[in-house]
Write a protein that binds this ligand. Structure first.
Ligand code: S3P
Length: 431
């Protein structure tokens, strides 16, 4: 349990931990490459540790120094694991590693915690089976544990209707060891870190924007050459602080080195549309990813906004914190086309609606989103996080701008993506 009280101001600067999606990919691609890969400033959290441990179980040598990890690549030659591979709470680990294991002739089993064991896997299992992998598991292979025996794969053309980056990345990784070309078509371009990073490893990924969406193609048989990757700060983690600095009574906050990839910055664009005061400085590109420093200052009152279905992908993980901003905005806000939120670490539509109602907000739950009537003041409440890190951090921000006391249950769940969240938070506020 964590008690949260109202703050007087925000101050100073913060470099939030590095991007989770990029760190997972840096570890995995480093292991797939030949030669060494140096990952600078990786995110070390429960999720990224799960990926690293699995890669070690497959025979990958990993050296951990302060703020950097060196991976000795296996050039796609892994060893059969003696144990089941535990993805813990991490959907990205489960989906991306399924693609890697599908390229291997041996037998392996992916497992996960209680939450991950309820999350859908058929989205990757079906196309991987079509490519030639033998996969079995609970509920016809839709739920972990799943077993994989791969090897002889052939390229396929796959329409990624949910615009899931995990599905796209899984298939592109499997496609690197498939016969012919593997093609993924997306209605909306999902986070493109895998494509960007593959280029750093010397792999050619063909991108064709067209009418039905974006087409991404990889030709099988390409090798990855070990490289150096410098991970930027995670925009999903920075979002809680940008929201807090916007809602705070006074002060200003600098958020340094934040990834500003156009497939990930939807939250910041929406926040500006709501009337937030954000200045972008020192915009630059490192390791093929754009980043900038953000200065955020409080504003009197935010305007209500709508999130349309085609906007959801670029802000999928930020919707819980956006919901807090909507609850304190002037007017009625809406999110639609976000049914995928029901399949995250918790059912995030249910979790947001349930907790906002506890804080006295009028919310209508939709199958694929919610309608929120903005209010001037939130009520104190005991928040149920459902063990979901993003629900815990979003409602912590709500508590910090609420007169009455807010209590967050299972506050330790932030360590999935941001182990030092509570310490960082108390560094940049005054009570
Ligand atoms: C991620 C993709 C998104 C996101 C998740 C991380 C990734 O999931 O919600 O936190 O690293 O590829 P989907 O691919 O299911 O949309």
């Amino acid at each position: 349990m964590k008690k949260i009280e109202k703050i007087k101001r925000v101050k100073g600067e913060l470099r939030v931990p590095s991007d989770k999606s990029i760190t997972h990919r840096a570890f995995i691609l480093g292991a797939l490459a030949y030669g060494e890969t140096l990952v600078k400033e990786p995110l070390i959290s429960e999720d990224t540790r799960a990926t690293l441990e699995i890669l070690k179980n497959l025979g990958t040598e990993v050296k951990e120094n302060d703020n950097e990890i060196i991976i000795r690549g296996r050039n796609f030659i892994f060893t059969e694991p003696k144990e089941i591979l535990d993805c813990k709470n991490s959907g990205t680990t489960a989906r991306l590693m399924s693609g890697v294991l599908a390229t291997q002739h041996f037998f392996s089993v992916l497992f996960g915690d209680e939450s991950l064991r309820e999350r859908p896997m058929l989205r990757v299992v079906e196309p991987l089976r079509e490519m030639g992998a033998q996969i079995d598991g609970r509920e016809e292979g839709n739920k972990l544990p799943i077993s994989i025996r791969g090897g002889k794969l052939k390229g396929i053309s796959y329409f990624n209707k949910r615009a899931s980056a995990q599905v796209k990345s899984c298939l592109l990784l499997a496609g690197l060891r498939a016969e012919g070309v593997t093609e993924v078509i997306e209605p909306v371009l999902s986070r493109d870190h895998t494509e960007r990073m593959l280029k750093l490893f010397g792999v050619e990924v063909i991108t064709v924007p067209e009418e039905r969406g974006h087409i991404l193609k990889v030709k099988g048989g390409q090798e990855l050459k070990g490289t150096e990757i410098y991970c930027p700060a995670d925009p999903s983690s920075a979002a809680y602080f940008a929201a807090l600095a916007t809602l705070a009574p006074e002060g200003s906050l600098k958020l340094k080195d934040v990834l500003l990839n156009p497939t990930r910055d939807g939250f910041y664009r929406k926040l500006l549309e709501m009337g937030a005061d954000i200045t972008f400085e020192n915009t630059r590109e490192i390791s093929n990813e754009p980043r900038a420093d953000l200065i955020v200052r409080p504003v009197e009152r935010l305007k209500a906004v709508k999130v349309e279905p085609e906007e959801v992908t670029s802000m999928i993980d930020e919707i819980p914190i956006l919901a807090i901003l909507m609850a304190l905005a002037d007017g009625v806000s809406e999110v639609r086309g976000a049914k995928e939120l029901r399949y995250k670490e918790s059912d995030r539509i249910k979790a947001v609606v349930h907790n906002l109602r506890k804080m006295g907000v009028k919310v209508e739950e939709l199958e694929d989103g919610f309608i929120i009537e903005g209010t001037e003041k939130l009520k104190g409440a005991k928040i149920e996080t459902f063990g979901d890190h993003r629900i815990a951090m979003a409602f912590a921000v709500a508590g910090l701008v609420t007169d009455e006391e807010v209590i967050i249950d299972r506050p330790e769940c932030v360590s999935i993506s941001y182990p030092q969240f509570w310490d960082d938070l108390f560094k940049i506020v005054e009570f």
